[in-house]
Design a protein around this ligand. Structure first.
Ligand code: 6R9
Length: 681
């Protein structure tokens, strides 16, 4: 095989529906050559993605595959007209999937007598099409929503969330989904930044056997918006929990009332969306106190999702696909909703917690629907690993053939447990690396690859064909195998973010300015490549944590804490946790007049719950200190604090901080050790 282009042709011809894990025959050399060709030739890279793009339905094909004339503002499939809702419903119906189940939804409440969930709803592609058309109609005709608007969804895991997502896509309207575990303040900040005038929420939902109410949080958030000059036009409320909620009759409308009277057969034409139309924005944490909104359009995103559904998950027509992520995060956007529907699968959505009523709920779901492809997070695996394996053996998991993970590094022990107990050592399994910014999976082991590149527990495998990656040093030069460096993506890929919403400068600064003279996308992660070319992502290189799979910046926690009346100063770092991956530790200095006590601690925790949200607040470790160690120029000695919480020895830490004398580091180390020791004592 001479050129990369030929290699990709062969790969493509034999892999459009990739053969299973076991019976692949294409060679390692071809694969490597193809990869090399995409690094060396823009043409080969573009041709590869065009092959995938040609598989999709476009109202009008693109004029240009990749516009890279104004980096880093890359644009894919320029001039192409596409619609995500059309692809996910209309197009599937055209392909004969009208009566196929598109979505299986299971509510959390459990019937103890019948030993089954109390509510299961199944929606065919036609149902999905009708439900979303009715909503599109209501939004357009009753509320005047139009192309280019952005709506905020603060919804739990209920079917109306995908309905609304598809409804706005149909209109060429963007969504900004805020994870329902976020607090009123976090929600308000996101609404204010996006300028959304319409919010879609629910009265409440079920979690661990309890009703969690959402509407009061929205109410509080809207007060904050009001104070900041943003008046919300409409709050649409889905009735899920049937609980009493605060109500503003001028502003609020029940979802069922909004759509009442609209014929179920109503059809709203799908808008033709070019790369200039925002399909969604999604807030994610960075290294400052303010979250940033990743922005992308539909075309490139759809191509990336389609390709990864086929390549990584080996999607076949009869697959039942279950990604356990919350739709409020990118993993849920891409692999609960848009991706699986794009390839015509049945996607499963579960409302509640994995351990309710017992820790075998997930395994029962796999059995109940015959799930064939399962996608989850290491933190959940580590949590479920603690329970007796009998809980798994009670259920028939033999339908599973692909089981991947995402969200954080997976330790070999957890991987092996997952592969053995859930995958029965007879599946494709890997840790797929990607992020909110990439839109879709970037690395992973995939069907057809296993024979060429044997699985190694804990690795992230290879870059997806068509994606070029590197592990580099401070100057942007490749690190030799086995040497830790910064993980970068060296050329544009289709699902990439296009900018940060209303903040192009931050987009340049946060992602594209790390390596002088090189247009590399800086992921913020540390990684190593091994001798065989496998990537191992080790964790974040910046001040961003992954707490039970949830991404949160230490600066966000600090900037929330500093507003608490008792707090003079704080420094937050991550600590390794055997289940959650990481937990935040905050070194807190109290103001004069306040003394460390369990009451103050509880008060601060409550405050974090209100400002950031319950997920992070319940895991945070609060440590009171008299001062936080700083360099002479006033910077917090974060690396030292990190080392201290990880139990490093004095010898390890003296060289850690730039510009800090050894004696200073020792002094700071001892002071902080004493402070922690006293607390423990
Ligand atoms: C999809 C998602 C992104 C960060 C990323 C990295 C970590 C994700 C990983 C992984 C090791 C994997 N991460 N997948 N680390 N192995 N398979 O999680 O998006 O929430 O934006 O987080 O998650 O640190 O930079 P997001």
């Amino acid at each position: 095989m001479s050129s990369g282009v030929e290699a990709y042709k062969e790969f493509f011809e034999t892999n459009i529906i990739p053969p299973s894990w076991k019976d692949r025959s294409w060679s390692k050399e071809d694969f490597r050559k193809f990869h090399q060709s995409t690094v060396e030739s823009k043409k080969a890279l573009e041709e590869w993605w065009v092959k995938w793009a040609n598989e999709l339905f476009w109202f009008k094909k693109w004029d240009k595959v990749l516009d890279d004339s104004n980096p880093p503002f890359y644009r894919w499939f320029v001039g192409g007209e596409i619609n995500l809702a059309y692809l996910d419903t209309d197009w599937q119906i055209e392909k004969g999937r009208k009566n196929k189940v598109a979505l299986i939804w299971e509510g959390e409440p459990w019937d103890e007598t019948l030993k089954q969930p109390k509510e299961v709803k199944k929606f065919t592609y036609y149902d999905l099409y009708r439900e979303s058309n009715v909503i599109s109609y209501a939004l357009k005709e009753k509320l005047g929503v139009k192309k280019g608007d952005i709506l905020t969804f603060y919804l739990p895991m209920i079917p109306e969330l995908p309905f609304y997502m598809l409804a706005v896509q149909r209109l060429g309207v963007g969504h900004s989904i805020v994870f329902s575990g976020f607090s009123a303040e976090a929600l308000a900040a996101r609404i204010l930044d996006s300028g959304s005038k319409i919010i879609v929420t629910a009265d409440g939902f079920y979690r661990r056997g309890k009703v969690v109410s959402l509407k009061p949080i929205v109410e509080e958030a809207l007060k904050i918006c009001e104070k900041n000059g943003l008046t919300i036009q409409k709050v649409i409320v889905v009735k899920r929990a049937g609980i009493d909620i605060p109500w503003n009759s001028e502003r609020d409308v029940w979802h069922h009332e909004l759509i009442s009277g609209i014929p179920p057969t109503v059809k709203v034409p799908a808008e033709r969306c070019t790369e200039s139309i925002i399909s969604h924005i999604l807030y994610t944490s960075g290294t400052t106190g303010t979250p940033k909104a990743v922005q992308r359009s539909a075309g490139g995103y759809a191509v990336g999702l389609y390709a990864t559904m086929k390549m990584i998950f080996d999607a076949k027509d009869d697959d039942i696909f279950w990604c356990t992520a919350d739709v409020g995060w990118i993993t849920g956007h891409s692999y609960v909703v848009y991706g699986p529907l794009l390839v015509g699968l049945t996607t499963v959505m579960y409302e509640g917690s994995p351990d309710y009523p017992e820790p075998d709920r997930w395994w029962s779901i796999i059995e109940r629907y015959g799930v064939t492809i399962f996608y989850t997070a290491p933190t959940a695996i580590r949590m479920l690993m603690r329970f007796p394996e009998d809980l798994i053996r009670r259920h028939d998991l033999s339908t599973l053939r692909v089981v991947h993970t995402v969200g954080e590094p997976i330790n070999p022990e957890a991987f092996n447990w997952y592969y053995k107990n859930i995958g029965r050592e007879d599946v494709v399994a890997s840790s797929t690396w990607w992020m909110t910014e990439t839109g879709h999976i970037i690395t992973g082991h995939f069907p057809g690859l296993g024979k060429l590149f044997p699985l190694k527990p804990g690795t992230n495998g290879y870059a997806l064909p068509g994606v070029t990656l590197e592990v580099v040093d401070d100057d942007g030069n490749p690190c030799p195998p086995g040497v830790r460096g910064y993980f970068v993506i060296t050329s544009p890929w289709p699902g990439m973010l296009e900018t940060l919403y209303k903040n192009p400068q931050r987009y340049i600064d946060a992602y594209w300015s790390r390596f002088k003279g090189k247009m590399y996308f800086y992921t913020g992660d540390f990684a190593v490549k091994d001798q065989d070319g496998y990537v191992w992502v080790l964790g974040r290189a910046d001040d961003v944590l992954k707490v039970a799979g949830h991404r949160i910046g230490t600066a966000e926690i600090e900037s929330a804490l500093i507003r608490h009346p008792a707090v003079a100063e704080s420094a937050c770092v991550g600590k390794t946790d055997p289940i959650k991956g990481q937990v935040p530790v905050v070194f807190t200095v109290l103001k004069k007049g306040f003394k460390p006590s369990p009451e103050v601690e509880a008060e601060i925790r409550k405050y974090l719950r209100a400002t950031i949200g319950p997920i992070v607040a319940s895991d945070v470790i609060i440590t009171f200190v008299d001062s936080v160690p700083k360099t002479r120029s006033g910077k917090i000695m974060r690396r030292l604090l990190r080392a201290v919480v990880e139990g490093a020895t004095l010898g390890d830490i003296t060289t850690l901080e730039d510009g800090v004398a050894v004696e200073e580091a020792i002094k700071a180390y001892e002071a902080i050790k004493t402070a922690i020791g006293e607390k423990k004592g």
